[in-house]
Structures are given as C-alpha cells and as structure tokens.
Design a protein around this ligand. Sequence first.
Ligand code: FAD
Ligand code: NAP
Ligand code: SF4
Length: 675
Amino acid sequence: MTRFPHLLEPLDLGHVTLPNRVVMGSMHTGLEDRARDIPRLAAYFAERARGGVGLIVTGGYAPNRTGWLLPLGAKLTSTAEALRHREVTAAVHEAGGLIALQILHAGRYSYWPASVSASAIKAPINPFRPRALSARGIERTIDDYVRCARLARLAGYDGAEIMGGEGYFLNQFLAPRTNRRTDRWGGSAANRQRIAVQIVRRIRAEVGSDFLLLFRLSMAEFVEKGQTLTEITALARELEAAGVDILNTDIGWHEARVPTIVTSVPRAAFTEFTARITRAVSIPVCASNRINMPEVAEEILTRGDAALVSMARPLLADPDWVRKAAADRADEINTCIACNQACLDHAFRHKTVSCLVNPRACHETELTLLPTRRGKRVAVVGAGPAGLAAAVALAQRGHTVELFEAEERIGGQFDLARRIPGKEEFDESIRYFTRMLEVTGVTVHLSRRVTAAELIAGGYDEVVLATGVRPRIPDIPGIDHPMVISYAELVRAEKHPGERVAVIGAGGIGYDISEFLTVDGHPTLKLDEWKEEWGVSLDEELPGQLTTPRPAPAARDVVLLQRKSGPFGATLGKTSGWVHRAALKAKGVERIGGVNYERIDDAGLHISFGPKRERPRLIPVDTVVICAGQEPVRELADPLRAAGVTLHVIGGADVAAELDAKRAIDQGTRLAAQL
Ligand code: FAD
Ligand code: NAP
Ligand code: SF4
C-alpha cells in the first residue's frame, strides 16, 4: 500500500525491533552542554520520537575531559550526570521512541589546550596542538569509553553510538595522516584499528547483549593520507566481530576540502561507498549524507546499498518526517535544503542550533503554535519566505488568512535562489509552502499587487506586510547602459549575458550569480560530473579516496568586484562559504577588491582604487550584473498606519540589511505565534 515499503519495514535486531529504517543521526545542538537545557533537549527529542523516527542518536558526549569538544562542553563521566539524562530518555520512551547516546571524543578537534590524539599533529582547523597519548593514557581512555557506555545504560538509553569518523579521536588513530606511532597502536592497519576494536569489545562485555551498540565509521575520508576503502572494509568486519549491532556511517573529515553536506552535493552522493561496506558485513549498515526525502531513502534501501538511513538535518527541518511519509503525505514534508545556515553554522559558532525552514527546532518549549482562542481575519502581503511562514503558521493556529502576491507564483527571492545551479533544493521549500497553503486553507491571490486602499477596504483585523526587498541600483555613471542588468533579470532569463561579465557586489548573491554565469548550459551536475569536479574516487586502494579534481571549463569570463578591501566572501556561511570560494576559484573567476566604480560605457566597466581614486583600470566586459544588496519595499506601511490598520512589518520589508531567509522565516513564524 505504501510508496515506501523498505523505509517503513521494521528491523529486528534480536532484543529490540526498530519500527522503521530511519535513524536520527547525531547532531550537536548546543543544548547538550548545560544541565539547565535538559528540559529543552527532552522536548526536542520527544517531538521527533512522536514523529515516528525509528532510533534517535543524541549529540556527542565526551567520555572524559580531554575529549571535550569545548571546555565545559557535553560529557558523561559521573552517575550524577547520568541521572540528569533520565528526563531525556523518559520523554523519548513516553513518546514511543528509542534513543542511543553518542560517545564522542574530539581528540585534536577539541578546542582547548589539553587536547590529546594519537600523535602530536595539529589539525588545520584548530589552533591547539594535541599531546600524543602515552600507552597508559590509551588504556585509561578505553576505560573512560566503557564507563561512559555504562553510564548511558544507567541513564536509560537504549544504546550507545561510538563516534569513529569525521576525523575525531578514534579516526585520528585509524588514519596514517594523524597516527605516526611506532608502538602497538600505530603503523599497520591492524595496529591503528586496535583502539576502536578494543573499545567495542570492552563495552560489549560491560553492557551485555541487550544494549544497542552502534559504531560510526567514515566511509571516505577525503583527506591526504586517509584510510583506504580496503582498510575501512577490514575494520568494519573487525567491529562486527567485536560486537557492534549497527554500523552507522559518515563521509569526510571536518578538515576535508571536498564538500559532503552542502546543498550543491547531489542527493545520496556517497551511497556507493556505503554499499561496499554493506556487502562486506552481515550487520545492518546505515547510509548517510544528503538523504532528505523518502523517495531518496527508499531508492537506497531498495538497491540494498544499506539497511537503514541516517538523517540529522532533515529531522531538524521536520520532526514529523516519518509520520508524513507513512501517511502518504510526503508532499507535506518541510524539506531540509542543506543550507547549514541555522544548524551547522550555528554549531561551529557555538550558538544553539535551529533550522532555517523550521525555527521551532531546538526551541520547542518556547516557540509554540497553539490553536488560537479568538480567530481573526488576517491579510498577509507578499509570498516570500517571511509572508509564507507567517501565513501558514497563522492558518495552522486557526486564523482566517488571505495571502496576496504580486507575482504569478509564490517564493519571492527564493524563486530566484532555486534557479541557481546547486541550489535546486530551494524548490522543495516552495513545494512545501504551496502544499501547506492548501492544507491550512489559506486563500491565495496570485498576480495581485495589492494596494493600501484595497487592504483598508478589506477590513482585516490585522495586516502583515511581508513585501520584501528590491535590488539596490548603485549610483554609478552609466548605470543605465544597456549592458547593465540586475541579478533578477539575469536569473529569470529576461536579459542574457555576453562572454565577459563583471559582477558588482560580492555578497551571497554576487557569489551565487558568479556560479550561475560560469556553469551556463550545465545547470545541474550529475553525480559522476560532480565527483570529477571535486576529485572523488571509488578506487579502493586510494588513501582518502582523493584524486585530481577536473572541473569543467567556465562558460564565460567572470570578474567579481567589491568596494571593501577585506577578504572576499566574508559574509558567506561558516560551513558553506569555503565551497563557494573553491568553486569560483576552480572556474577561474577573477576577484578584485578595494575598487571604486568610476563609470560604465561601451568599452566596459571603469574602476579605480583607494580614496584617491588611483590606478584607473578598464575591465573590458560586455555585461555588468548588479548584485549590490537590497532595499526594503514598504510603501504600503505609511498609508495603512495612517488609516489606523493594525500592521506588522516583517522580513526584508522590515530590515533589508543582512536579511536572509533564516531571519525572514523566523520573524514570520514568531509573529504568527503571538497574534
Ligand atoms: P521577498 O523574498 O523579497 O518576498 C517579498 C514578496 O512580496 C515578493 O514575492 C513580492 O512580489 C511580494 N510583494 C511586494 N509588494 C507586494 C504587493 N504590494 N502586493 C503583493 N505582493 C507584493 N537567503 C538565504 O537565507 N540563503 C540563501 O542561500 C539565499 N540565496 C539567495 C540566492 C538568490 C539568487 C537570491 C536572490 C536570494 C537569496 N537569499 C538567500 C535571500 C532570500 O531569498 C531573502 O532573504 C528572502 O527571500 C527575503 O524574504 P522576504 O519574504 O522578506 O522577501
Ligand atoms: P550582501 O551580502 O549584503 O552583499 C551586497 C554586496 O553589495 C556587498 O558585497 C557590498 O560590498 C555591495 N554593495 C553594497 N552597496 C553597494 C553600492 N551602493 N554600490 C556597489 N556595491 C554595493 O547582500 P546580497 O548579496 O544581496 O545577499 C542578500 C542576502 O541573501 C544576504 O543576507 C545573504 O546572506 C543572503 N544570501 C545568502 C546566501 C548563502 O549562501 N548563504 C546566498 C545568497 C544570498 P561592498 O560594499 O564592499 O562593495
Ligand atoms: Fe537543513 Fe538548512 Fe535547516 Fe540546517 S538550517 S536543517 S541545512 S534546512
């Protein structure tokens, strides 16, 4: 009956049966770090358990202080700490779920001076050099892992996951890149694997057979001197023999320079690696990375590439993901668009994690959308992210909502974002909102540029102004020249670029537009093309699975300019900015900073440098694309206020500077929660 028979099939693990094949993968939310956040953590996990996920894995807890991700970060080392976790495990069990605690020793990724590793080799992404553990230190660390698993059991967890991938402590022992030891813990693959295998064996002996044991294994490391796939396969067999129930997987070290999770990575890009491990062992293997919709998961499971799928971000985006898939309501899933803006970018900046498309994630106790006691008639003007979020949440609460949109389709600036190569996932948000407007009964008026007079005549109880932004037109002599086009005209194919293009403005949109221009004609990369572009190989003997990248040539010459003289791409996301920078570099995009825009004429764009306007230079281009930021559209505000209308201005219409969809959706949802 269901479209997803494999996904929804229970998995019998002997002492316990998982109700389906969905594992909520570990994601450090920041709520793990403070005891006072335990009620929030319990509510966050319980909501996902109610949503039907088969097994939840918590964020990482260190087995000792040296393994901390951060000083005073999450750890599980005492009975008192374990007893506090019972609030979390009880909430999940009450909601009908199963939950395992992840044991994560950060090794040289630990952000403090007392960090330890296999060898004293500093990570390129951490200023602190680790100390090499002594043989005695290794034995003590193994004891700490065992204690942590015992405490997890005491805390009421159904199992534990040992983090052995992503370049963390155990991975640092496994790979020659970080393990230069000459004792029994280094050298041969068997020696490097010894600590991981011993930890599993000792934990299994300690916790017994009725406690789930997962091991998270890196399928491909994407770093020089990483393990080979042959070594990883041998390790998987050893871990099975040592007592692991499920092999969970991940791709790439944090310091890797191959993208593994950002939105431009094709869906399910790495399951070929997982399939090799699946074939080598008899325990269930769980596929991960860029799996965000049920049909993607079902395909992986049908092919037999894995027995389970792990998703972390998609369950931040929609806690009811499994329930919706099971009820044939997959079109109501709020899809993770892999932007990283509110999850990983927050985690790496030590801020509490949330989700761009679901601002309630990790804020379940404080941002609630309860049914209203007094339904109102509300007009929402503008169907960009801010207006859409507000309209749907208001209707969910029981208000009667009319949504007005000037264009013939919803989405606002997101309708442009989704047309950028590598950002196709943004289309899913528009699909989600389209469907939710129907489900919640919002009356939608498309192609309707509503006026203040119409809104006043409508007699609404409240009006929400979400009219967004318009591109800024900078004051440059020659800005009216026919070679000048706006980013919106370019993306909507209303005007066409020539062979040599200057892009004015190097913010998020300037970067997106430069990529758009360089890959003209090859909009969406197929998996094989993407692997070639980034130098990913399936050769089992190749350390780290890295080969020489072979990017396709750029479709045209592109020059990206900014007035500031600081680094380029400074406003891009912490975990995605490097991918955009690398992509433009691979396409040979020239970047020129610290410029003054002098004029535009038939010869091209004339610039100079510095406050004295020195070193005049002509950039001989045939097209200039303007990506110079935005200005708010809120002409309706004054007349509506003057007429005494109860008005709320949100999103870009409120503040255009530093606007992104994260703020727009958050503001729309929070407003709806209050009205
Ligand atoms: P808008 O999206 O501007 O929507 C306003 C809507 O109101 C429009 O549809 C407009 O037609 C309508 N409207 C205006 N006046 C009226 C009227 N009188 N009557 C009826 N309708 C009216 N953000 C991110 O966070 N991450 C990204 O990766 C990202 N990538 C982007 C890539 C591109 C190429 C672009 C252009 C933008 C990108 N953004 C991204 C920015 C993001 O799309 C905007 O921040 C967001 O759309 C702003 O939302 P908003 O609802 O406030 O306004
Ligand atoms: P932005 O990030 O503010 O960048 C605007 C750019 O225009 C800046 O580089 C600025 O640089 C330049 N500029 C500003 N005023 C100018 C003027 N008068 N003349 C010439 N240049 C001028 O805005 P955006 O690129 O339009 O992006 C809008 C929002 O969408 C941002 O919040 C962004 O984060 C978001 N977005 C995010 C992503 C993502 O990948 N996460 C992608 C796209 C968009 P100088 O002043 O140095 O010239
Ligand atoms: Fe997915 Fe973006 Fe939400 Fe993170 S913030 S869970 S990447 S949609």
